[in-house]
Design a protein around this ligand. Structure first.
Ligand SMILES: Nc1ncnc2c1ncn2[C@@H]1O[C@H](COP(=O)(O)OP(=O)(O)OP(=O)(O)O)[C@@H](O)[C@H]1O
Ligand SMILES: [Mg+2]
Length: 324
């Protein structure tokens, strides 16, 4: 296998709150190979955004408490700020959650993209800059004239494309996309995802896609990590997770899709996720788990490989029975 573009190992992130530390991400590990797509799914508050914000050094009130993250072999957690700023966007770019509302309303698109070039020392003459921005916008399916517009003159789908353009502007080796289509209607979502997929494939970058939508993940990613209460509870090739989930939570997510297993019936997952203000004892999912045993309350399951399949791991004491 080619060396991963990103290798995250044992990452833990805590937020300082008035009630004490909130353990938002606990012992998360994953790798992304060049040209591959990793999805991270999980319900609201499961730590998806925190994970990518930590990688991008964009946490507010939060800190990496443990773990390592290597981008193209370089340890990110140890990098001095100046060196980190040089690789942000250039080697690793984020389409943040709610990206389109983070566009500056008083600047034309050309100025916003231009600032990104300036910040990273990309010098162009005036005509050359216009051409570069026009061609960048063309890569995400937008006309060159979009650079003369303000964000409010663009539709949601167009704004999201601008955000994707900004993420690929400097040719990063890794793209992190945090719910890049969640605010868009279904048709536009499909088009924007197709664009993201195309630019990712064209550039050969690795991609981490965050989302809630299992159906979208099924079509879009190669590998999937399922997050619950700040942990990855199952991960592996996306087809394996859909065909033979080994964690009850993954199984419930898969079963909740109308087109899988139970046609037409949507079943929510009863119960709420645990508070992150205390260390969780046992399996974090046990209070909601239909298969929980006494042992699940006290003994935290670790990620274990499935016997038959490379790279498919689940943290469940009853993994073998879930798949059955
Ligand atoms: N600045 C903060 N201070 C304290 N706690 C925070 C802060 N930001 C996030 N959290 C908490 O950390 C946990 C993980 O949040 P995060 O935003 O990473 O979840 P998420 O999986 O991205 O959710 P969503 O699907 O809603 O975007 C949540 O419990 C959240 O309340
Ligand atoms: Mg989020």
């Amino acid at each position: 296998m080619t060396a991963p573009v990103l290798q995250v190992a044992g990452l833990s992130v805590e937020y300082g709150t008035r009630a004490g530390p909130a353990f938002a991400v606990t012992d998360v590990s994953f790798a992304v190979a060049p040209g591959r797509r990793l999805g991270l799914v999980g319900e609201s508050g499961s730590g998806k955004s925190t994970t990518v914000l930590a990688l991008m050094r964009l946490l507010r009130q939060g800190r990496i408490a443990a773990g390592s993250a290597r981008l193209e072999g370089r340890e990110l957690t140890a990098l001095p700020d100046a060196a980190f700023r040089a690789i942000r966007f250039a080697r690793m770019a984020l389409v943040p959650q709610g990206a389109m509302s983070s566009l500056n309303p008083v600047l034309r698109i050309a100025e916003q993209i231009g600032d990104l070039y300036e910040d990273h020392g990309v010098r162009h003459g005036r005509a050359e800059r216009r051409a570069a921005i026009g061609s960048l916008l063309g890569r995400v399916g937008l006309g060159a004239e979009v650079q003369d517009r303000f964000p409010h003159q663009l539709s949601g789908g167009m704004k999201q494309r601008v955000c994707i353009a900004m993420a690929i502007a400097l040719g990063p080796a890794l793209i992190l996309a945090d719910e890049p289509t969640s605010a868009l209607d279904v048709m536009v979502q499909k088009q924007v995802m197709a664009t993201l997929g195309r630019v990712q494939a064209d550039t050969g970058a690795g991609l981490v896609l965050i989302g809630h939508d299992m159906a979208l993940m099924a079509h879009f990613v190669d590998d999937l990590g399922v997050m619950y209460a700040g942990r990855i509870v199952e991960k592996g090739p996306v087809r394996r997770l859909f065909a033979a989930p080994r964690h009850p939570y993954t199984r419930m997510l898969v079963d909740s899709l109308p087109s899988f297993r139970l046609r037409g019936v949507f079943r929510g997952i009863p119960g709420v996720a645990p508070t992150l203000l205390a260390r969780i004892e046992g399996c974090p999912f046990h209070p909601r788990c239909p298969m929980a045993l006494a042992r699940c309350r006290t003994e935290a399951p670790v990620l274990r490989p499935a016997l038959d399949e490379g790279g498919h791991v689940a943290a469940c004491h009853r993994a073998e029975e879930v798949a059955a």
